[in-house]
Design a protein around this ligand. Structure first.
Ligand code: ZN
Length: 67
């Protein structure tokens, strides 16, 4: 019998070295990390890239436009 999964807080924290190398695929500019929301935003492009299971999806086609 497997024990029930303990209450776990899902954290979308990204490795600092990963954040350092990440850039917006469209403008190659700096990004704003919103890990709690599972999003990486580029304010210049007004796009939000999602973080899927801890993996940033850096695709312009997949990005959500910011209002
Ligand atoms: Zn950009």
């Amino acid at each position: 019998m497997r024990a029930a999964v303990a209450t776990s807080e899902v954290t979308m924290a990204l490795a600092p070295e990963l954040k350092e190398i990440l850039a917006c695929p469209r403008c190659k500019g700096a990004l704003e990390f919103h890990e709690a929301q599972g999003e990486i935003r580029c304010l210049a492009c007004r796009l939000a890239y999602r973080i899927d299971d801890g993996i940033p999806v850096m695709l312009v086609e997949e990005a959500r436009p910011l209002p």
